[in-house]
Design a protein around this ligand. Structure first.
Ligand code: SAM
Length: 506
């Protein structure tokens, strides 16, 4: 990584081409974390677009075995659907078999002579994004090589495993292997998963997720409560927008983790995947900005206190009850967390909202405080699935529970200062659907009350849509609904309320 800031800016603007505008409010700077960072060049408003970025390279994510997608269009294909050109890559035979873009990589890989050509090799797929860097034009490759690269044994192993799948890999050409190792490390440090915005859609969708190298976006450093959200369109363009107002000169931060993880999980994950220990204000606060996501119940009966780490920035910290001051050492806490995590995973594996809700309503209450990250995980499961899984005729009580969970998690986001983040937009949509069910199941006192309720609910839907509509990951159901609904329906609803109030309604 040797590149001064002004050279880097020139290279980025050149790379961005039509995606760049001088109106976009970002500037490169030296970060307090030692490397580079992005800063606001003027005050930025909530929801404002900070920049659009396009990838230097994209490729399949090192993913779950069952997900095999066409390496050209990324639609799911059968494991046996292979390119006939001898490259041993999955290519859908209906659309992409003669694709121009695929030709160069097909020629390269077939010249290396894959040992197995009739079945997809996960090792080759995992290394494909790095292999694609060998085909980049010199300027793009130079930009890639100017990005930070955290080398680790895993990045080299990934390449070595792929190389072993070819009988004719040019081992005598050291520069090829060196570039593959370098790209693998750059991807490890900087790549974004261009996956759909929500886990539940990801699971249902046939669109496999990809990883892409976005050279401007990857200048953003991490904070556990970021000030931006990002999304992707169908062409892999990435859009970064403010989740809250950002003052001129402030650093623009993204997040490399999931917002509802507790401090220990976030910090261990960041250390393992991004090679740094996060010391942000959320990590430093035992209560995590009052969210208590990591808190455990005090083990001393009948104390109703919460166990919190005394020194949250030390992984070996003792934990103490905020009421009776009982202490557990870090090993004891890890054990409790491991048991709870295993318990939660078992419940989630059953994939059944009823089981998860029963669990939340009964035994777990006595073991963990309501906002603990494991409980939040279960509540999210209910939010994404209840009413969407077609499993039961859910009752009024069930929808009321889902509504309560949506409101609780929105309050948690508020407490953390998460602003207008993507998960909030997804929860808005679930809350909207849930409330539509509630009006159907619950008789409102009078027409005016029902009409008012619907106006408020429609506003939730509109807000969710305004935040998600640009994204290829917007829930398909939301997109279909918005296409069906008349654009000015909310005004019509408001007119209806007014006419009811004025007694003109028939
Ligand atoms: C995607 S890069 C971010 C841009 C990088 N600072 C640069 O100069 O190119 C990710 C790397 O930045 C550093 N980094 C990002 N956020 C950090 C933070 N909150 N604390 C310490 N280091 C951080 C880590 O070295 C991490 O592996």
């Amino acid at each position: 990584m040797d590149c001064d800031l002004s050279d880097m800016r020139v290279a980025l603007v050149h790379h961005l081409g039509k995606f760049h505008s001088d109106d976009f409010p970002w500037v490169l700077g030296v970060s307090e974390f030692g490397g580079r960072g992005l800063y606001a060049s003027r005050d930025i408003l909530t929801d404002e677009i900070i920049f659009d970025d396009c990838p230097i390279i994209v490729g399949p994510r090192a993913g779950r075995d069952e997900d095999v997608t066409c390496v050209v269009c990324h639609q799911q294909v059968a494991r046996s659907e292979m390119c006939l050109g001898g490259c041993a890559l999955p290519v859908c035979q209906s659309i992409c078999k003669d694709n121009e873009r695929h030709r160069a990589e097909c020629e390269l890989l077939s010249s290396w002579n894959p040992i197995k050509t009739e079945i997809v090799s996960d090792n080759i797929l995992r290394a494909l994004t790095s292999i694609r860097s060998l085909l980049l034009p010199p300027q793009r490759l130079a930009l890639l090589n100017s990005l930070q690269a955290n080398h680790c044994s895993q990045t080299e192993t990934e390449i070595n495993r792929a190389v072993a799948e070819f009988s004719n890999f040019p081992h005598d050409n050291a520069s090829i292997l060196k570039q593959l190792y370098a790209t693998s490390a750059v991807l490890n440090t900087n790549a974004f998963e261009t996956k759909l915005v929500s886990e539940y859609e990801d699971r249902k969708s046939l669109r496999g997720s990809q990883r892409g190298l976005y050279p401007l976006a990857c200048m953003m450093n991490h904070q556990c409560v970021p000030n931006v959200r990002y999304s992707f369109d169908a062409n892999h363009t990435m859009r970064v927008q403010a989740t809250k107002p950002i003052r001129q000169g402030e650093e623009i931060f993204t997040s490399y983790i999931q917002i509802f993880w507790g401090t220990y999980s976030r910090r261990v994950h960041l250390a393992a995947t991004k090679d740094f220990m996060c010391n942000c204000s959320r990590c430093s606060d035992p209560t995590e900005c009052g969210s208590y996501l990591s808190a455990l119940r005090c083990p001393k009966e009948p104390c109703a206190g919460r166990l919190l780490p005394l020194k949250p920035l030390s992984l070996g910290s003792a934990w103490s009850c905020d009421i009776c001051k009982t202490q557990l050492n870090s090993k004891q806490v890890s054990k409790v967390q491991d048991v709870l995590s295993a318990l939660i995973i078992t419940k989630l594996r059953k994939g059944d909202c009823r089981i998860v809700m029963d669990f939340l309503n009964t035994c777990i209450k006595n073991i963990m405080p309501g906002n603990n990250q494991f409980i939040v995980e279960l509540k999210l499961f209910v939010i994404w699935n209840l009413g969407n899984d077609g499993k039961y005729d859910y009752t009024l009580d069930d929808f009321q529970t889902k509504e309560k969970f949506c409101l609780e998690l929105m309050e948690l986001l508020e407490q953390m200062g998460a602003g207008e983040c993507t998960i909030k937009a997804l929860i808005y949509f679930e809350l909207y659907k849930c409330r539509e069910q509630l009006v159907k199941l619950q008789h409102k006192e009078n027409e005016e009350e029902e009409a008012n309720y619907r106006v408020l609910n429609r506003k939730l839907l509109d807000r969710s849509w305004s935040m998600l509509k640009w994204s290829v990951g917007a829930p398909p159901e939301l997109r279909q609904l918005m296409q069906r609904i008349d654009g000015d329906a909310v005004e019509k609803l408001e007119d209806k309320v007014e006419s009811i109030c004025n007694g003109n309604h028939h």
